[in-house]
Ligand binder design. Structure first.
Ligand code: ZN
Length: 290
């Protein structure tokens, strides 16, 4: 099922990638068919060009096991609509989780910005960069839905993964920085001093799959080591999801960035490896602490 599902989309996603209403609907239907996965519509996003499009929230959990406190993860993809690899990788990862019955809990926004994805645009239905809108009083409907879902859940997470792609030709507020990325890299925020960073393990797994990782020592003005940009608490001027989550819901966020000049298939593989290897590292750490 997995190969045919991804191929079906990959055909439609021949470069430059385009989604359709039908393929987005199929993606949501595919989630609803996964074992141990529930999907709900948290909002309906409206635009003149695409009409009403559901914004969905997905949960994965095995039946309750006594004496266990499973890792709780938050996964997000597609906050920028022109970055489709994460949207597919998140589905692929949830599929493999549900087939292997891995004992963790996953909460996911599988496509934060569906209208943006349909338009193949970084911006949202109302032309916001949602990753600069992540506050409790944003007027962007996608952000409001995400924020109120997290508020209702009222839980914190052991870690969050936000899947992005890096397209140096698209203007954003970092574009003026001299050093753009030219390969895979990730940002890691890890504010729990008791826990070791996991970015290096993730990058190693990506490299082992033959996917180029940035060797630049500076990416968009931030210091990078072997494709990992470690972030501290001090960055507070950009209202992105990473900042919102670290202030409210978790002390560990991985933001992965695949390079859009690579093939879509490779980028989906890279993002899937981020989730696989990142979660494996977290499970190893949590079992080591017991
Ligand atoms: Zn992005």
């Amino acid at each position: 099922m997995e190969a045919s599902f991804i191929n079906q989309f990959s055909e439609q996603l021949s470069e430059p990638p385009t989604f359709s209403r039908g393929s987005y609907r199929k993606l949501l239907a595919a989630y609803s068919a996964l074992p141990f996965v529930t999907i709900e519509t948290i909002s309906t996003i409206t635009s003149t060009d695409f009409g009403e499009i559901p914004l969905s929230f997905v949960r994965y959990a095995l039946p309750m096991q006594r004496d266990s406190r499973p890792l709780k993860l938050l996964l997000t993809a597609g906050i920028h609509g022109d970055e489709p690899a994460g949207v597919f990788a998140l589905y692929r990862y949830m599929l493999s989780l549900s087939l292997r019955e891995i004992p963790i809990e996953v909460y996911a926004f599988p496509c934060v910005n569906p209208i943006g994805v349909l338009r193949n645009s970084r911006l949202s239905s109302a032309h916001f960069d949602l990753n600069r809108q992540m506050t409790r009083n944003s007027i962007a409907p996608e952000v409001r839905a995400l924020v109120s879902t997290l508020e209702h859940l009222g839980t914190s997470f052991d870690a969050a993964f936000d899947l992005h792609e890096d397209n140096p030709s698209v203007q954003c507020d970092f574009s003026g920085e001299s050093t753009q990325a030219e390969a895979f890299y990730l940002y890691e925020s890890n504010f729990d001093p008791m826990r070791k960073p996991i970015g290096e393990q993730i990058v190693r797994a990506v490299t082992q799959a033959g996917i180029p990782v940035s060797t630049q020592r500076s990416i968009y003005g931030e210091r990078a080591i072997n494709g990992v940009v470690q972030r501290g608490m001090e960055r507070d001027k950009i209202f992105d999801l990473e900042r919102f989550l670290t202030m409210n819901y978790t002390d560990r966020v991985i933001t992965s960035e695949t390079y859009v000049a690579r093939t879509l298939a490779e980028r989906i593989t890279a993002q899937t490896i981020v989730l696989e290897s990142g979660v494996r590292a977290l499970i190893e750490q949590s079992s080591g602490h017991r």
